[in-house]
Design a protein. Sequence first.
Length: 286
Amino acid sequence: MEINIQNVSMTYPNGKQALKDLTLDLRTPSLIGLLGPNGAGKSTLMKLLVAALLPTSGTIQVDGRSLAKSERALKSQLGYLPQEFGLFDELTVTQFLDYMAALKGLRDPKAAVREVIKAVNLEEKKRARIRALSGGQRQRVGIAQALLGDPPLLIFDEPAVGLDPEERIHFRNLFSQAAQNRLVLLSTHIIEDVQSVCDRLVVIHHGRILFTGTPAQLIRSAAGHVGVFLEQNTAQERGLHITARVNTGSGVRCRVVADTLPDYATQEEPTLEDAYLYLISKEVRQ
């Protein structure tokens, strides 16, 4: 599958411009991490890709055909978990997934439901009513419905919300495995999840793409711009973006990103989180 986004802008009826002249190519197989602050335009982009919204301008093509003309074909190949996904609280897990399988028109819905219940570790809760589930279990039901039918395109908007660390590791592995022969788009605020599984990153801020490339490329872009110092050594912190403060026996140890590190800072190797924060802070300063 290949998705081509050309010069797409999206302005809501209230006048808010969520995306500005965005151009992006997405191809199978790939697991693409979509990063950006709240309000950056990530969820709007995902809604455009599933044809829940129409762009104000620009074009989106799927395998060479206009999305507007192939919406039905796309949705038959799509698994989607929006950030806010409504569940039918009175249904059991199995009943809800049976319903979603029927909407997708799956030929063997019972087998498909059994498969996704096992994949998301909800076998012990398959007869439980959704209203009785914890937040993390409800999120797993949402992931399960997206996986129904092995769709070639998977789009997840904040799938790790409510999941504990062990569950996050399980789903990172699940998404990575799915991306071996699919196109998977993953929006999250959890940098660790992105670094662990994504082969490509797209960073969006104020509706524009700031970066697209591999995690390693983003990390290299921050080389020489990450440092640490003891807070007691200086009172001058202007121009520095402090990313962490840690209390130590010698004082408060600050980790910073900056265009130019001060003389009193010791240079550190950047992490992906450092590189992301440096990119965003640089954009804010411009």
